[in-house]
Design a protein around this ligand. Structure first.
Ligand code: EPU
Length: 420
């Protein structure tokens, strides 16, 4: 287990290249199980989560060939129908095996992944959607068991108490691609990663339309074929680097980004007082004059992403004024608060709302990463805190940021990675 040491207080300067999107790559890799023909996926970020998904695909029977670090060929000529607990439990996102396995095999058995530190993570909406397609689902000893021989189109809502579900929409879309007839997914998630999966399915011969809106229509087809596809850039990695530029009052150009995908984040940074500039696939951020705290409420796309809440909290912790940060997607996602407080942040919690009073400076402390985005917030805090911040359990950050320490060092940060 590695830890990282950050010597804070240096403004970041230069250009950084964003990797492919983790949350697009994971369901797209899973979707390659829908066809017996080979698929080639480009711009897969080299992360512990994507490496683990490739291990899962191998276990399920696919031949996986890494063409190089970010490009992979997957050939799932025949696959097996059981995804056991030991395989699934390590990564919550492995729930996105359900759609492809049910779509291709109709009857299968997938262990239910456990909860995680950001909240309970139920899958009731996934099951409701797959049920409506005729999967005939039972829950047996911790497994979702599908007893179908055929799937049929249906009208399904993917909306829940906390908004629409991203991976639930993905699962239904993947299974419906090989169902008989038309499926209409209402209250569908409209995240760019859902659109990316829909485009990949269409490249495989599926007939998906309406992706990016709240109503997705899937005309079932008899079979899908192999396809070559490039994953979109990671909007959360891009947002995290912009936050790094902002918190250190540096001057950065973040390349390989779709500016429209992180408009909620860039709008907030502009309202806070940062100067941003835009190109077709890059965003620049410049040292501002005075900045002022802003309130943030997370919500499904195109709202402010929950996956940027922790990082923005780190920024608001050192921004003059008071910021009220409300979490509407995962109401328990505040593991970073206690660690930021240990670094001198002034944060009061009231239910799913954090009231952050900006301080002049944070100070370094040994801190513990608890989940992916919480660790990103600690890295940001470390970049600006006085002294040496030691972050333990950095495997959390390696799950979702491709070589973040190396990328930050190239921008002028002083960071060392050491075995724990
Ligand atoms: N929910 C239900 N029932 C369900 C499914 C979800 O009540 O059957 C609730 C969840 O508990 C949550 C809300 O609906 O309150 C939204 O959850 P969603 O299903 O959309 O989350 P997810 O699909 O499991 C993906 C990302 C997360 C990201 C969320 C929200 C992947 C692999 N994961 O999770 O990413 O936070 O969408 O945008 O795509 C991360 O990258 O750090 C991360 C956690």
């Amino acid at each position: 287990m590695d830890r990282i040491l950050i010597m804070g207080g240096r403004a970041l300067h230069g250009e950084v290249h964003v990797s492919g999107s983790k949350n697009s790559a994971l369901p797209i890799l899973a979707a390659t199980l829908l066809t017996a023909e080979p698929c080639v996926i480009h711009s897969v970020p080299d992360l512990s989560d994507t490496r683990y998904m490739l291990e899962i695909l191998k276990y399920m029977g696919a031949k996986v060939e890494l063409l190089d670090k970010n490009n992979v060929r997957i050939h799932a000529e025949t696959i097996q129908s059981v995804a056991p607990y030991d395989l699934v439990r390590k990564m919550r996102a492995s729930v996105c095996l359900l759609g492809p396995l049910i779509g291709r095999l109709k009857s299968c058995k997938v262990s239910v992944p456990g909860g995680c530190v950001i909240g309970p993570r139920p899958i009731d909406l996934h099951i409701k959607g797959l049920e409506a397609l005729g999967a005939g689902i039972t829950l047996e000893e911790g497994y979702v068991v599908s007893h179908a021989t055929e799937l049929h189109g249906a009208r399904i809502s993917m909306g829940g108490r906390y908004g629409s579900t991203v991976l639930g929409t993905d699962n239904v879309m993947m299974a419906a691609a090989l169902a008989k007839g038309t499926t209409v997914i209402e209250n569908a998630a409209s995240e760019p990663e859902v659109v990316d999966l829909a485009e990949f399915l269409n490249a495989m011969g599926a007939q998906v339309s309406g992706q990016g809106t709240s109503t997705i229509t899937v005309e079932g087809v008899d079979r899908l074929h192999g396809a070559e596809y490039r994953v979109i850039p990671d909007r959360i990695e891009a947002g995290t680097f912009l936050a790094a530029g902002a918190i250190t009052r540096g001057e950065l150009i973040v390349r390989n980004v779709v500016p429209a995908h992180i408009k909620a984040v860039t709008t907030l940074l502009e309202e806070t007082g940062y100067n941003l500039s835009y190109g077709p696939d890059w965003i620049g951020i410049k040292r501002p004059g005075p900045t002022n705290a802003r309130d943030v409420t997370t919500s499904p796309y195109p709202g402010f992403p929950t996956d940027m809440q922790a990082q923005i909290m780190a920024l608001m912790a050192v921004t003059p004024g008071v910021s009220v940060i409300t979490e509407r997607v995962f109401p328990d996602r505040f593991m970073h608060v206690a660690e930021l407080q240990r670094m001198g942040a002034k944060i009061d919690m009231e239910g799913a709302t954090a009231v952050v009073k900006g301080v002049d400076a944070m100070s370094a402390a040994p801190v513990m990463a608890s989940d992916l985005r919480a660790s990103a917030a600690l890295v940001l805090a470390g970049l600006v805190a006085g002294g040496v911040t030691e972050i333990r359990r950095v495997y959390h950050i390696d799950r979702g940021y491709e070589h973040i320490d190396e990328k930050l060092v190239k921008l002028g940060a002083k960071i060392e990675r050491k075995p724990e």
